[in-house]
Design a protein around this ligand. Structure first.
Ligand SMILES: NC(=O)c1ccc[n+]([C@@H]2O[C@H](COP(=O)([O-])OP(=O)(O)OC[C@H]3O[C@@H](n4cnc5c(N)ncnc54)[C@H](O)[C@@H]3O)[C@@H](O)[C@H]2O)c1
Length: 341
């Protein structure tokens, strides 16, 4: 078991290697009443049961729970069970569930305690860490939300054995990102024949924890976590969300590495290492040439655009992120050619 302390709007612990069912019992012992929010299919397959002071609300799975309709059903449940200020919410599931649960906790009675029990790798290393909570708006993903840290995050690795390989690889893309921006040892660990998930998750969580401690509300430093995400988000949208977030970020990282080679002199072998590590996990590293004009339109609409300029995070070497803020469009187009298929 590994414990990582997070310093943010409130300080809390991430326990990697926890036993989720024991933690649920411990949380219910701490509060008068607790509401656990989880996708209905996971409640069934992971045998989560109500108890005297633990109520459960089942949600649709995946992104379809991150909307005002489902949030309203959570608020109604809070009201029905009389959830008070000193009570708590648990988000149990993938990143979509912990985002929803955290935002329900941020908004019910102007804020109640909440705990995250992430069950997907993306949730464990990314979504449940860092205090961003929220739902989607009609007009776009994650547009409604709040920075609202949990009181604890409990990572039970046994749930990963039920996760489809494709989702596992998508989560590993974010782990590899942490390796490139900050912790080169991760890049060795992902090449092992048998992956040590407890180690990989702990190291990735530490990278995110260090960044969040310096810049909770993403004024600048936290943007390093967006390595691969500028083009990644555009690709995710362009694929109409057929590509997983981590898959789109995988392509975005190769692009960011190629941009870094062009503008920052990133060594050829580091650029190649992106393709090797991501490719070994069956993650995509290229995208169709014909999609460039659509991607440019999407890039200009991105949240990361400031005063009409698209911002990328690049690397001068492993562990040394650099902001690329004013890249000529001719360079963006030229570099895109290198990642096309
Ligand atoms: N708050 C943040 O900082 C942050 C960061 C990154 C991503 N996110 C959000 O996280 C979401 C993506 O996370 P995700 O990939 O976990 O998505 P998800 O929650 O949609 O989960 C993907 C699917 O896997 C299922 N699942 C979860 N755990 C499982 C397990 N152990 N076994 C079998 N199936 C399981 C889920 O029910 C779902 O169907 C997006 O909504 C994204 O916006 C948030």
């Amino acid at each position: 078991m590994k414990i990582i302390e997070i310093v943010a709007d409130r300080n809390y612990r991430v326990v990697v290697g926890a036993n989720a069912l024991d933690e649920i019992k411990a949380i219910t012992a701490l509060h008068r009443r607790v509401l656990l929010i989880a996708p209905s299919n996971l409640i069934k397959s992971f045998k989560i049961k109500e108890s005297k002071n633990l109520s459960i609300i089942g949600t649709p799975s995946g992104e379809s729970q991150k909307n005002i309709r489902v949030l309203e059903s959570v608020w109604r449940k809070c009201s029905a069970i009389g959830l008070e200020r000193s009570d708590a919410i648990i988000g149990f599931g993938g990143g979509a569930t912990t985002d929803l649960a955290g935002f329900a906790a941020a908004t019910w009675l102007r804020g109640v305690d909440w705990y995250a029990i992430p069950t997907s790798l993306a949730g464990m290393v990314d979504a449940a860490i860092g205090g961003k909570t929220g739902i989607n708006a009609q007009s776009g993903k994650n547009l409604i939300g709040s920075f609202y840290s949990p009181s604890g995050v409990f990572i039970d690795i046994k749930y990963l054995s039920k996760l489809p390989n494709r989702d596992l690889s998508a989560g590993l893309a974010e782990v590899i990102k942490c390796g490139f921006i900050s912790d080169y040892k991760i890049l060795n660990l992902v090449q092992d024949d048998v992956l040590d998930f407890e180690k990989l998750i702990s190291r990735a969580v530490k990278v995110k924890a260090n960044v969040v401690a310096k810049d909770f509300k993403e004024s600048r430093i936290r943007e390093v976590l967006n390595y691969g995400h500028t083009l990644g988000h555009a690709i995710e949208k362009d694929s109409k969300y057929k590509l997983r977030h981590g898959e789109a970020v995988s392509i975005g990282m190769v692009y960011a590495a190629e941009l870094s080679r062009e503008l920052l002199g990133l060594a050829d072998e580091i650029v190649e290492l992106h393709r090797v590590l991501l490719g070994n996990l069956n993650l995509p590293t290229s995208y169709p040439k014909s999609r460039w004009s659509s991607l440019v339109d999407l890039l200009l609409k991105d949240k990361k655009v400031k005063q009409g300029k698209v911002r990328f995070i690049g690397l001068s070497k492993i562990g040394k992120p650099v902001w690329l803020e004013d890249v000529p469009s001719s360079t963006l187009t030229k570099v895109y050619e290198r990642i096309t298929k």
